[in-house]
Design a protein around this ligand. Structure first.
Ligand code: CMC
Length: 428
């Protein structure tokens, strides 16, 4: 392959270098485009063809259904690693030794208490507040209680901010849920593993000891690993672009949480369950909803189907589908919602509309089913996604900072009015 791309504008040729990644993906380096062409830009709404950065964290091949963190396949990590090991791998680039992991966990635990005044902020939210909004606000508010976290130039402060947020975020997640349920805002137990502690903080009832259930611990561990990073998706790009202005880690994460909230992104897991409930309430007629999804005059989309990048299958969905079956059978759950989900999945996979557009079930089609079986309220599903994505966001923010990337500032093609003169209000 040639090492340059040639662009011809008005008979004039402009050359741009081609850059090849370690997995042989090729990009045209257009950094010099405006300068050499006298102001021409590329236009790519939704960035379907635009790389915003070089990154060494996650490799994804949507055609082949490949997902790897730092070179390790998602299948192997989900099978052999635990969430904290994966978090370390994403953030620091290598799998930790036992000592490195112990130190990392000890540093996180040493930072797992949040200022008690955070409870006053939680109290000020109405009980009906969506926990994603609460989580985003509280994550941002943490900056006020940890001012050194905005010092983005010191590697030591950066490390401290990382272990702080990994320690405090699960507390905020648990409190966002417990507040809605009218339960006391307690802490977990530092003698437990990271994921066991999350479950205890979420589910401990005030008058009983909390008993760990290994099935739930394993299922949550796997779900968090599968969600831990996904290269330059909407929320991750938001975290990177926010941090590119040298904003601190916590506020960059808060921006990412807001981006994740939407139903086309992380909010899809909540939307899937709500859709399945609605179909059940409407008599369980999956064919009717398949027809709605295909009708171009109907805004309804089959939630949990399709993906911007995966156009073959979502490798995370394959793993989670097996985990969902295990969890439901181990817990002895019989759920009519599951039958509706299985019916929809079968019909969609055989339907020409979905086949032609390469629309397959994505990770969120199954994750909500597991969360529901675990007793997690629907509104918390996207919060659980955020808990899993946290190490990925941190790794991407850190990479962006260490590479000293420039501030993110896209261009636009202006299509508004050209210069016109002002008409006084009485004459309009
Ligand atoms: N149901 C029905 N039709 C669909 C769907 C769907 N879920 N998804 C895409 N299409 C159709 C769409 O109407 C379009 O048809 P046509 O070519 O005839 O106009 C075609 O497929 C391509 O769709 P698109 O919107 O251009 O594709 P995209 O890459 O911009 O969007 C998506 C990807 C995930 C936003 C979209 O598939 C979708 O809205 N899915 C439902 C929401 C969902 O499950 N999101 C979770 C994504 S996985 C979690 C995460 O990583 O955030």
């Amino acid at each position: 392959m040639s090492d340059k791309a040639i662009l011809e504008i008005n008979g004039q040729k402009h050359e741009f270098p081609l850059i090849t990644g370690t997995e042989n993906e090729v990009a045209i380096d257009v950094k010099a485009l405006r300068g050499s062409t006298g102001g021409v830009i590329t236009l790519d709404p939704g960035y379907k063809n635009t790389g915003s950065c070089e990154s060494a964290i996650t490799f994804l091949d949507g055609e082949k259904g490949i997902l790897r963190y730092r070179g390790y396949s998602i299948e192997e990590l989900a099978d052999k690693a635990d969430f904290l090991e994966v978090a370390y791998l994403l953030i620091f680039g290598e799998l930790p030794t036992a000592e490195q992991l112990d130190k990392f966990h000890a540093d996180i635990k040493a930072n797992s208490v949040v200022d008690d005044d955070i409870k006053k902020i939680i109290d000020a939210f109405p009980k009906a507040a969506h926990p994603m909004g609460v989580l985003s606000s509280l994550t941002s508010a943490l900056t006020a209680f940890n001012p050194s976290s905005v010092n983005v130039d010191s590697e030591e402060d950066m490390y401290n901010a990382i272990v702080r947020i990994l320690g405090k975020f699960p507390v905020l997640v648990a409190w966002a849920m417990r507040k809605k349920q009218g339960l006391p805002l307690d802490y977990g137990d530092d003698s437990l593993g990271y994921v066991e502690n999350v479950l205890k903080m979420m589910f401990k009832s005030p008058n009983k000891e909390y008993e760990q259930n290994e099935i739930l611990v394993n299922a949550l561990d796997k779900l968090l690993i599968l969600h831990a990073d996904h290269e330059q998706n909407c929320s991750t790009s938001t975290v990177r672009i926010t941090g590119s202005s040298h904003a601190g880690l916590f506020v960059s994460l808060a921006a990412g949480i807001s981006a994740l909230w939407g139903p086309l992104h992380g909010g899809a897991n909540q939307a899937v369950l709500e859709m399945l409930e609605a179909i059940k309430e409407d008599g369980g007629d999956t064919k009717k909803y398949m027809a709605k999804a295909k009708d171009k005059n109907d805004p309804f989309r089959l939630m949990g189907f399709g993906h911007r990048v995966y156009k073959n299958f979502d490798p995370r969905a394959k793993i989670i589908k097996v985990a969902a079956d295990e969890v439901l059978s181990d817990l002895g759950v019989e759920d009519p919602i599951l039958d509706i989900a299985k019916g929809l999945e079968k019909e969609a996979l055989e339907d020409q509309y979905f086949v032609d557009r390469k629309l397959y079930p994505n990770v969120d089609f199954y994750s909500g089913i597991i969360y529901r079986a675990m007793g997690i309220p629907v509104e918390m599903f996207t919060v659980m996604f955020a808990l899993g994505r946290l190490p990925g966001w941190i790794a991407q923010w850190k990479e962006m900072r260490l590479r000293k990337e420039p501030i993110g500032r896209p261009r636009q093609l202006y299509t508004g009015e050209t210069l016109r003169s002002f008409t006084p209000i009485k004459k309009r």
